[in-house]
Design a protein around this ligand. Structure first.
Ligand code: FES
Length: 367
């Protein structure tokens, strides 16, 4: 049809509604303006509609697919705990890949596939496939409409045969219910390990080679970054040492340990030290303090030799080393914790125990 014909008024094609099969308007050969609604094609019955044995077969197939989903979900949960996350598997066309990821992906995929295929097969073989015309109407919420909606729901439940086929009802319930397990596992499992007391202790609290919290050798104070031990005689008046615990590089997460266990070591005139405990926890005026600022955790690395003040470069909190590192300026609210040290038989400085309080931000002092 030409563009000119499309723009012609309906009367020019004939105003009456014609059947699709009647084709062109008699006499002109043009298409009519409107066609009669041809309606739905006649409904073709499926096997299961007339044959109860075929319907039962479909029911078992649907339940089998939901069952497959349940097995795959259980496999997911087992794999989550049973497979080491460092284990590697070799797959054709992919090569070496993480075994746990493969197992979780395949089992979760099968679990979802089982539910999906079961639902599709159920809809195609057992649910009613008769097309229904719903008359359009103005949106309304009167009692009649509500009643109608309930009837539709009832009708849907009836024609899907879920009421008459408990096997499908329960297997679908089981498959969907179990499908929540992987989601919950991911949520809880991905939170990572519990911190226990990791946040309030440092490597200084442990000894080298100790077993079950007993025995072992005290950790020496080691230069950062050289990793060499420090003799008492190395620490002269006015010198500053940045210190890490001996054996820090053998720990599982050295960087995490470092951000908690960093220490600054200086020698003061003993007569300047105001607190007896501070004197007792040092050796001949050599004192060690946590280097982690109690404001928000920056390393407090600036030592003023004349004033014996320690400065944090982030927000200028200032700590007085002669008075147990109390805060004399800035936003920090808590003194830097002191590390109790002594000298071992070979003359090297060692830590007697961990810090008496958590290092870092004053968060620990809240409520
Ligand atoms: S982190 Fe040290 S003053 Fe803010």
């Amino acid at each position: 049809m030409s563009e000119h014909d499309q723009n012609l008024p309906a009367e020019s094609h004939g105003s009456s509604v014609v059947n699709l099969a009647d084709g062109h308007v008699e006499g002109t050969g043009q298409l009519p303006a409107r066609f009669e609604n041809p309606g739905f094609p006649p409904h073709v019955h499926r096997h299961g509609d007339d044959d109860e044995a075929a319907a039962r077969r479909s029911e078992r197939q649907v339940a089998g697919l939901f069952g497959m989903s349940m097995l795959a979900t259980v496999a997911f949960a087992v794999a989550y705990f049973a497979i080491d996350d460092n284990e590697v598997v070799s797959l054709p066309m992919i090569g070496e890949t993480n075994a746990l990821h493969v197992a979780l992906g395949v089992s979760l995929g099968l679990s979802l596939l089982g539910i999906g295929l079961g639902a599709v097969h159920w809809a195609k073989t057992l649910m009613s496939d008769e097309e229904i015309v719903e008359e359009r109407h103005v949106l309304r919420s009167d009692d009649e409409a509500r009643q109608g909606a309930l009837e539709v729901v009832d009708y849907g439940a009836e024609t899907s045969q879920i009421k008459r086929r408990p096997l499908i009802k329960y297997s679908l319930g089981g498959a969907l219910g179990l499908f929540a397990v992987p989601l919950g596992l991911q949520l809880v499992g991905s939170l990572g390990p519990l911190p226990h007391n990791d946040l309030s202790t440092t490597l200084w609290s442990t000894r080298i080679g100790q077993r079950d919290g007993k025995g072992g050798k005290k950790r020496r104070l080691m230069r950062d970054p050289e990793g060499t031990a420090i003799r008492l005689s190395d620490v002269t008046l006015g010198s500053v040492f940045h210190v890490l615990p001996e054996g820090i590089n053998e720990t599982k997460e050295p960087l995490n340990e470092k951000v908690k266990a960093s220490v600054i070591l200086v020698r003061l005139e003993e007569s300047l030290i105001k607190s007896q405990r501070q004197r007792d926890w040092g050796v001949d005026g050599v004192v060690a303090y946590s280097k982690i600022c109690t404001h928000v955790g920056c390393p407090v690395g600036l030592y003023e030799q004349q004033t014996h003040h320690l400065l944090c470069p982030c927000h200028q909190s200032t700590f007085d080393m002669t008075e147990d590192c109390k805060v004399i300026f800035g936003p920090a609210k808590r003194p830097l914790p002191q590390l109790k040290i002594s000298v071992d038989t070979e003359g090297y400085l060692q830590a007697d125990q961990g810090f008496a309080e958590p290092v870092g931000p004053s968060f620990w002092e809240r409520g």
